[in-house]
Structure formats: structure tokens, C-alpha cells
Design a protein around this ligand. Structure first.
Ligand SMILES: Nc1ncnc2c1ncn2[C@@H]1O[C@H](COP(=O)(O)OP(=O)(O)OP(=O)(O)O)[C@@H](O)[C@H]1O
Length: 302
């Protein structure tokens, strides 16, 4: 278990993390979704002790903190930060890198054969890294984490530069690692992909977690209607929308559905149909929709 307690980080007068707290458990994948420059890497740097927070602490297994060298050594046995592609050794092979991580954390490299096979690296892993493409390097970085097999892993942009089939491959492997009780933090801009493997996705804004999207306990359904801003205004003037409706990214009206009585559900469905909106569905909100809701402006900029 990892507890982040009231962590604040400021660079001069710029507060990046503001009294942020979080408890995370083994067997959990926690996604971090937020635009560039919001503080995801800063949070990872605090967890890995690359950066001392101005305030707050990180506690591992209710026992270890970055307070003494001994604790630090104990924490590093359990924690692997995602290797930076720039830190790979160009003259060494992929196998050399996998062995390095396996031996450093696990004390054996017997298991790396399986990792090489699972990550489809057989054809290139014996060659020197300097011959690798971006995607090959990224798969190697992920393989190094899998080889370390530590109980906590921090993955910053793990899917960077991967094609669709490799994204699927790594997503599957992440789920397998989660089933082996690993705790993984994954910062990613591939929002819909997070829904495939994360247990919860945290949205950061102004240094705080503004929403936790629990993927498996997400039973609240909405009537989701595509409406441009003019039509949305017309709809709002015609019907008294519930206060907890969402209007996301100037395009999607979401009317709470599952919490209504059957007759209220029927009424809202009739209203939507009468309004002559054929493009609607009933469903839950995913990571992409929450992202659009919280960061509409930055989403548009991209
Ligand atoms: N060493 C530093 N000195 C000054 N400012 C910093 C430093 N490190 C990070 N920052 C600032 O902190 C903010 C958060 O940066 P961070 O790298 O944590 O964002 P991020 O969410 O990981 O972004 P991205 O999606 O681009 O990786 C940014 O405004 C950045 O400029």
C-alpha cells in the first residue's frame, strides 16, 4: 500500500501539487489523466523521491518513508520508475537491459525469456539499442519494468510511440501484472485506452485531484445526446434540466438516467425523441468524456 499524504510542490510561486492525498493498493492500476504541465511527472518524482515536496510525505506499507537511508533502500526494492528512453545504453542490447533490471530488483533473470516472447521482442532484442526504432525502445523500457517485477511501478507515457497492436499488447500485459498484485500508476494521454485496464483514473487540476473515475464501479448511466450549443440552449429553455446534468465540450448533453424512476426515465426519453434528436444513447461516461468535461479548453487546443 502506498499513501500520499498532503503533498505540496511549488516551483517559485507556481504551485504544481497542492495538499494532494491518495491511498493506493496492491493489484490496482491507477491512471492519471490531465493536460501537459499539470503535475503528473512531478507526482511521480515525489513518489520516487527524485523531488522533495515542500510539504507532505509518501508512506509505503504504513512503514517506510524517505526519512532515512535504510528506509530509502527498502522503498527502492519495491519501486521501479519508468526508464527514460534517453537513459538506454546505445551500445548494449535489449537483453542486456532486461538482465540489468531483472538482476537489480529481482535478483534473477530467468523470467526474461517469457517477457521477450510476450512482448514480441525476439526479432530485435539481441541487437544493440542504437538500431532500435522509437516503438522498439518503448517496448524495451516496458519490458525492463516487467523484468524488475517490483511491487510498485510508475509508468509515465508508457504507450508513447507504440502502434495499435503494441498498445493492445502492453495493455494486456498491464492487466496480467495487475492480476499478479502489482500496483501501477500510468500517466497517459491515450484516454480511451485507460478504460481498458485502469481501475480508477485520477483527474488533476490546480494541484489537486478533482475527480476519481472508478471504472468498475461506474454504474451511473446517462442519456447522452449530441447537441451543438444552440440546440443545447433551446433544449434548456424548453425543459428544466436536472442540476446534475453535464454539457461536455459544447457537444454532448448527458442527462442522469439510472438514478431516475421508471416514469421519469420514460419522460426524459420522450422529450429527447420529441426534440427530434436521433443521435442519442444510454451509457456511462468514460475517461475521454470526463477529460473533455474538465479540460475542454486545453482539449480543443490540441
Ligand atoms: N524543475 C522544475 N522547475 C520549475 N518548474 C518545473 C520543474 N519541473 C516541473 N515544473 C513545472 O511544473 C509543472 C508540471 O510539470 P509536469 O512535468 O509534472 O507536468 P505533466 O503533467 O507531467 O506534463 P506532461 O503531460 O507534459 O508530461 C509544469 O508547469 C512545469 O513547467
Amino acid at each position: 500500500m502506498l499513501k500520499i499524504k498532503d503533498v505540496s510542490v511549488s516551483f517559485k510561486d507556481h504551485t504544481v501539487l497542492d495538499q494532494l492525498s491518495l491511498t493506493a493498493y496492491e493489484g490496482e492500476i491507477i491512471g492519471l489523466a490531465a493536460p501537459n504541465g499539470t503535475g503528473k511527472t512531478t507526482l511521480f518524482n515525489v513518489i520516487a523521491n527524485y523531488l522533495k515536496p515542500n510539504e507532505g510525505t509518501v508512506v509505503f506499507n504504513d512503514q517506510y518513508e524517505y526519512k532515512s537511508e535504510k528506509d530509502e533502500v527498502d522503498i527502492y526494492k519495491q519501486l521501479t520508475p519508468f526508464p527514460d528512453q534517453g537513459d538506454l545504453f546505445e551500445e548494449l542490447s535489449g537483453v542486456d537491459h532486461l538482465k540489468l533490471y531483472a538482476n537489480m530488483w529481482k535478483g534473477t533473470s530467468k523470467h526474461i525469456k517469457d517477457i521477450i516472447k510476450e512482448l514480441n521482442m525476439e526479432s530485435y532484442v539481441k541487437n544493440k539499442v542504437k538500431t532500435y526504432s522509437l516503438g522498439m525502445r518503448q517496448r524495451l523500457c516496458f519490458g525492463m519494468m516487467a523484468a524488475a517485477d517490483s511491487s510498485i511501478m510508475l509508468m509515465d507515457e508508457v504507450m508513447n510511440g507504440l502502434d495499435v497492436s503494441n498498445v493492445a499488447l502492453i495493455s494486456e500485459k498491464l492487466i496480467e501484472m495487475k492480476n499478479n498484485q502489482k500496483l501501477m500508476f500510468v500517466a497517459s494521454h491515450l484516454l480511451e485506452n485507460l478504460d481498458l485496464y485502469a481501475d480508477r483514473v485520477l483527474f488533476l487540476k490546480d494541484g489537486k485531484i478533482i475527480h476519481e473515475h472508478h471504472i468498475h464501479d461506474n454504474h451511473d448511466t446517462f442519456i447522452k445526446v449530441s447537441l451543438d450549443p444552440n440546440r443545447y440552449n433551446e433544449f434548456k429553455q424548453t425543459y428544466d434540466l436536472p442540476e446534475d446534468h453535464h454539457y461536455i465540450s459544447d457537444r454532448l448533453l448527458c442527462i442522469p438516467f439510472s438514478k431516475l424512476t421508471l416514469s421519469e426515465q420514460t419522460t426524459w426519453l420522450e422529450r429527447v425523441i420529441q426534440f427530434d434528436e436521433r443521435e442519442f444513447e444510454i451509457g456511462t461516461l468514460g475517461t475521454l468524456e470526463y477529460y473533455e468535461k474538465y479540460y475542454h479548453d486545453s482539449y480543443i487546443r490540441k
